[in-house]
Ligand binder design. Structure first.
Ligand SMILES: [Fe+2]
Length: 199
C-alpha cells in the first residue's frame, strides 16, 4: 500500500470542508497497536521532511494550490454514504499546507487525482510526490505488543503487501486516532456521544 495520510478527505485541523462545516478534521496522529504480525509485514513510514527534500520548489508550489480531487478512502467510504448520503469527495483541495512550524500534508496515493486532465504541472507535482514517498520509506516491522504512533500531518504511512489471510492467526493491528479537539465546533460532534466526531 502506497503512502497516505488517514482521513484524507477530511479537512486538516484549523480548516473547514468547503461544502459542509460539520465535517471534523482528519486525525493528528494514527496509533497502530500490533496484536499479531506473523509474517513480520512492515508498516512503512515516510517523513514529510525527507519527502520535501526530494522535491523541486516548483513541485512544492503546485502541491499547495487547490487543484486536486480527494476521494474518501476505502475505510471510510461506506460510512460516508450511510451518514452523508454520498461518498465525501473534495474538489479543489491542496495537498501541502504551509504552517508556522513547516508543512503539513494530506495525500493518499489511491484517492488523489489532479482536477484537470492532461500532463499538467499539478499532475507532474503529484507524480514527483509519489516517487519521493517511495524513496523515503522507513519500514518498521511491528511485533505483538508494539505501538507505533505516526504524526498524520508531517508523515505518511502505509504497509507492504499483507497477503490474503483473515481471522485465525493472521495479521492484526488495532488502529486508534488522536486529534486536538479543543477548537472544534459542537456541530462537528455527534450529539449523543462523548467521543464521536462528525461524520
Ligand atoms: Fe492508514
Amino acid at each position: 500500500m502506497s503512502g497516505h495520510t488517514d482521513g484524507v478527505s477530511f479537512p486538516v485541523r484549523g480548516h473547514l470542508d468547503p461544502e459542509d462545516s460539520r465535517i471534523a478534521p482528519s486525525p493528528d496522529f494514527v496509533c497502530l497497536s500490533a496484536l499479531r504480525n506473523p509474517n513480520a509485514v512492515p508498516t512503512t513510514v515516510m517523513p514529510l521532511d525527507a519527502i520535501l527534500n526530494q522535491l523541486d520548489p516548483l513541485h512544492i508550489q503546485e502541491l499547495q494550490k487547490p487543484q486536486y480531487i480527494l476521494q474518501s478512502q476505502l475505510t471510510f467510504r461506506d460510512g460516508m454514504e450511510e451518514i452523508l448520503g454520498q461518498e465525501l469527495l473534495v474538489d479543489d483541495a491542496q495537498l501541502l499546507f504551509r504552517m508556522q512550524s513547516g508543512f503539513w500534508v494530506r495525500y493518499s496515493h489511491s484517492s488523489t487525482q489532479p482536477a484537470d486532465a492532461g500532463e499538467t504541472p499539478a499532475k507532474q507535482a503529484m507524480h514527483a510526490l509519489a516517487q519521493a514517498c517511495l524513496n523515503c520509506v522507513i519500514p518498521v516491522a511491528l511485533v505483538p505488543g508494539d505501538i507505533a504512533i505516526v504524526n498524520n500531518r508531517i508523515a505518511l504511512h502505509g504497509r507492504t503487501k499483507i497477503g490474503e489471510g483473515h481471522g485465525g492467526e493472521s495479521r492484526w493491528m488495532l488502529r486508534t486516532y488522536g486529534l486536538d479537539t479543543s477548537e472544534l465546533d459542537e456541530s462537528q460532534r455527534h450529539p449523543d456521544s462523548t467521543f464521536m466526531l462528525f461524520p
